[in-house]
Design a protein around this ligand. Structure first.
Ligand SMILES: [Zn+2]
Length: 277
């Protein structure tokens, strides 16, 4: 069971590496709920646990933000340990002069492209649902004393597919159609669903994301470029083939006509012979 789970996780990490350019050292952006969970379930040291989860060759650096830490402080005694632990972590720089709530802060750090290639670790179901809509954001969560990476969402898989299809000469308008299908769930679920313009804009930016990612990713899938030349017969030169093809039916037709004429003649002859006799 454990081995199975690990290989599943490895596949997910590979998906993000291949399709979205994630590279080691993997960076993990944690929120207060996740730090709290780590402490409660003694998943320590946390960076070892996360390294094992990601099958990484070194400890992934952990990040919070000042807004996350501030929220933990606000939660008071119940989260004092989490606050202490979180305040020791590196902070990802957010642009909030005034502290905002942790969910908004993390969403703003991820933005529309997750340019820093963060894995986001959270126990917050709403935040997880929102992150599923952003292409290229792997989500980590804990269940009791085990850690998990979410499988890439349908939307994320679609974006990854779009990258490939784009390479196979696909127009942006065709993309948009596909994206509209892909983001139907998003537009229905998003808070600003009523605002059509905003939706359009977000879909547009998601297209850009897909395009940008395709250009940036250094990993390209190896694909066979054609049949193995060693297993193919030599091609015959084309023009000859055509000429012979054209000639054959003509020649055959003529021969046939000749044959028919001959038969008719012989038939006539035999009749004449009969009448004579
Ligand atoms: Zn912030």
């Amino acid at each position: 069971m454990r081995v199975k789970r690990r290989s599943k996780h490895r596949k997910v990490v590979k998906f993000y590496a291949t399709c979205f350019g994630f590279r080691e050292p993997y960076k993990v952006l944690v929120d207060g709920t996740f730090v709290h969970h780590l402490l409660q379930n003694r998943l320590l040291p946390a960076d070892d646990a996360l390294q094992a989860l990601l099958s990484a060759s070194r400890n992934p650096p952990l990040f919070t933000s000042k807004c996350v830490v501030a929220e933990l402080r606000r939660l008071g005694k119940s989260h004092a340990d989490a606050f202490d632990a979180a305040s020791l972590l590196a902070t990802a720089r957010c642009e909030h002069d005034k502290v905002v709530n942790a969910v908004d802060c993390i969403l703003s750090l991820i933005g529309e492209k997750n340019p820093e290639h963060f894995f986001v670790a959270t126990q917050d179901a709403d935040l997880r649902a929102k992150l599923r809509e952003v292409p290229g954001v792997p989500v980590i969560y804990g269940l009791k004393s085990s850690l998990f990476i979410e499988q890439p969402s349908v939307q994320q898989r679609k974006f990854a597919q779009l990258d490939e299809e784009k390479r196979l000469h696909m127009g942006k308008s065709e993309y948009q159609k596909l994206l509209n299908v892909a983001s139907e769930g998003k537009t229905a679920a998003s808070e600003n669903a009523s605002d059509d313009d905003k939706n359009k804009r977000s879909i547009g930016s998601l297209v850009e994301n897909a395009l940008g990612v395709a250009e940036k990713s250094k990993f390209k899938r190896k694909r066979p470029k054609g049949p193995n030349p060693l297993s193919c017969k030599k091609k015959k030169p084309k023009p000859q083939l055509r000429a012979s093809q054209n000639q054959v039916p003509k020649a055959e037709g003529e021969a046939k006509r000749k044959r028919v004429r001959k038969r008719e003649r012989s038939h006539k002859n035999s009749k004449q012979i009969e009448t004579v006799s």
